[in-house]
Design a protein around this ligand. Structure first.
Ligand SMILES: [Zn+2]
Length: 159
């Protein structure tokens, strides 16, 4: 037999040891290796979803509605030049301003005062019940929503 024939026989002998590994694999060993195949897939999925949510968090648009702060109105002045505060409306004496119903703090953060509509006793606006007559004033303010000043930037460029 020639050298080439010996090489060919050697190749087929090697092939006969390799082929059974694919034709009849050792299933128990392969099942044991399953976590090695599943773990990278799970890791890829986690990286993909984490990346997507990070992208959403970075590029998401802000809130479309803006809640407007209730603005006080200046109190009308009396004949003596002092401000007049109507009963049942929160007011700030330092600013001489009347605040919307339900307000308890001024724009500076100071507590507002309110005169009882029944007995005109003055109390802090945070307290809903009058100490003198027991009248309870429940004021609910509507939430003022401001319109945006204009369309979002880049709107015309996108269209
Ligand atoms: Zn009262």
């Amino acid at each position: 037999m020639s050298e080439i024939g010996a090489r060919i026989a050697e190749f087929f002998a090697w092939l006969s040891t390799i082929v059974p590994a694919f034709v009849t694999p050792d299933w128990a060993a392969l099942i044991g290796l399953l976590p090695l195949f599943v773990a990278p897939l799970v890791l890829l999925w986690l990286l993909y979803t984490g990346g997507i949510w990070t992208l959403v968090g970075i590029t998401k648009r802000g809130a479309q509605l803006k809640v407007g702060a209730p603005l006080p109105t200046p109190a009308p002045l009396g004949a003596d030049g002092r401000p007049l505060f109507p009963a049942g409306r929160p007011y700030a004496t330092s600013e001489a301003a009347i605040y919307p119903n339900g307000s308890t703090r001024s724009l500076r953060g100071e507590p507002l005062l309110i005169a009882c509509p029944s007995c005109l006793a003055v109390r802090v606006a945070e307290r809903s019940t009058c100490d003198a007559c027991g009248l309870e004033v429940r004021a609910r303010t509507l939430i003022a929503v401001e319109r945006p000043a204009g369309p979002p930037p880049g709107g015309a460029a996108r269209a």
